[in-house]
Design a protein around this ligand. Structure first.
Ligand code: GAR
Length: 223
């Protein structure tokens, strides 16, 4: 039975997608805890409703990143997780922290990496005139929003999209992709090849295309 700790900072909808898939599909895993960097994160209540232990490590209560990361690591290690999932966790982590969990910490980022690392990904994709957008699940390495790519989900950018409408479309795709990716890790279904590329051992597709993608693209095409 693998032990999963999920880190959040807000709404926690991706955390719930993982927790619900874990239960519905009877994974060989449990969500041991949800840890939030903010005391007011809505995801804390939804985790508690599901009976998942919750912990707050408030970043504002710590003098600097090193102190915060030390407190966070202590909270995480008390649950002895096999796997750490950053699901809407909005803190930059120090290199010692990342190294401590190397190979067992993954992040979901709302862009098709390596495009649009950092913040405001949807606004930047719209402003750049992107026709496609999406999200990426990757192993966490010290460089922000880099690290071997486990899965990517693609959605169309539609005429008239604003940041909110595109974010909602991408989020829906994240809810499909992230539980799949976490399950692969639970099942030890992934390996990193000699070139640093993450491969599914059975060749399962690591790309997710939102349903209706080509219909949406056709709608978007002029006359
Ligand atoms: C998600 O879209 C996730 O990709 C993004 O925050 C949102 C969290 O939503 N993460 C980042 O921007 C990390 N840099 P949720 O709290 O409802 O899962």
């Amino acid at each position: 039975m693998k032990r999963i700790v999920i880190l959040i900072s807000g709404r926690g909808s991706n955390m719930l997608a993982i927790a619900d898939a874990c239960r519905a599909e009877r994974w060989e895993a449990e969500i041991s805890a949800v840890i939030s960097s903010r005391p007011d994160a809505a995801g804390l209540d939804s985790a508690a409703v599901r009976g998942i232990p919750t912990v707050v490590v408030d970043h504002r209560q710590h003098a600097d990143r090193t102190a915060f990361d030390a407190a966070l690591a202590a909270a995480i290690d008390s649950f002895a997780p096999d796997l750490l999932v950053l699901a809407g966790f909005m803190r930059i982590l120090t290199t010692p922290f990342v190294s401590r969990y190397a190979g067992r910490m993954v992040n979901v980022h709302p862009s098709l990496l390596p495009a649009f690392t950092g913040l405001h990904t949807h606004r930047r994709a719209i402003e750049a005139g992107c026709k496609l957008a999406g999200a990426t699940v990757h192993f966490v390495t010290p460089e922000l929003d880099h690290g071997p790519i486990i899965a990517q989900a693609v959605v169309p950018v539609l005429p008239g999209d604003d940041e909110a409408s595109l974010a909602a479309r991408v989020l829906q795709a994240e809810h499909e992709m992230l539980p799949r990716a976490v399950r692969w890790l639970v099942d030890d279904a992934l390996h990193v090849d000699g070139a640093g590329i993450v491969r599914h051992r059975s060749g399962e597709p690591q790309a997710f295309f939102s349903t209706g993608l080509s219909a949406a693209a056709a709608d978007a095409a002029p006359g």
